[in-house]
Design a protein around this ligand. Sequence first.
Ligand code: SF4
Ligand code: SF4
Length: 307
Amino acid sequence: MNLAHSIEEEALRLGFSACGFAKAELVSDGVVGVLDNWTAQGHHAGMGYMERNRHLRIDPTLLVPGCRTLIVVALNYYPKQLLPKEGYQIAYYAYGKDYHRVVKDKLYQLLIHIKSCIPGVEGRAFCDTAPLLERYWAVKAGLGTIGRNRQLIIPGMGSYFFLGVLAVTAEINDTKKEKSGSDICLDCNRCLKACPTGALTTDGIDCRRCLSYLTIEHRGDIPDDIAHKMGHRIYGCDACQQVCPHNKNAHSTEESAFNMPPEVAAMTPADWHSLTEERYKSLFKDSAIERAGYQGLRRNITAVNGE
Ligand code: SF4
Ligand code: SF4
């Protein structure tokens, strides 16, 4: 078995659904242009970090000196059991434990295996934790393509996946080829039509209108015209993924860390409204929901009710 196959097999054993290899090099000029244009138009909203460290974002060899290969993995987060439609909604990715740690722990286990195959190799794991264009590298590694909903679509699996990257100092070659976008995204525009706020267009996402940004990353009030379009979404939004034909037959995750705790799943809108900070801290310790903070979550709950 060659090295790439051995690493891929170990990645699958660790629970990842896909694994691929990309040469660590400068990001293509075309993609840098798109990124620069996106930030120049202010579509990154208050995420100032998207402008900072641009030089690292476009060159992973500066982020991890000596790195030669980016091993890209995908971990399924599609929930075993969805929250009832009539209740308050939380983005699927945030049902369980904070994914950053789960994905990185698995990547460091993968690194142990790689070190056993290549003595002296060094590596660093990332999962939304560094200026790295994970989706771009996933495409380069042959995992799938980016759809109009700006998600990585993996053929036959869909887009409900966390992406992680292990940057290693060894050169690892694989035979998987980069896939052509038109082979996967059907350009059906269902995602654009389903976006409740008009944040998603053929030009990309304007985070100033995106509920995933506004209910999680944003500090401050949610604009009234957006609040009226939140429906029951109190944390994040999955609308542009839920309608994508590629997610029609999404399989549930096997990762138990991503299961929603029963006491959270049982919460009624009244329970959410009466949630105290103390209860919030005990329920959402180590959860992705910590990202919005108690005040952020309260703001969202208030906004969905038009208060
Ligand atoms: S996450 Fe929701 S608000 Fe954001 S682009 Fe997708 S559908 Fe629109
Ligand atoms: S809903 Fe259609 S256009 Fe949007 S990402 Fe999926 S296949 Fe592409």
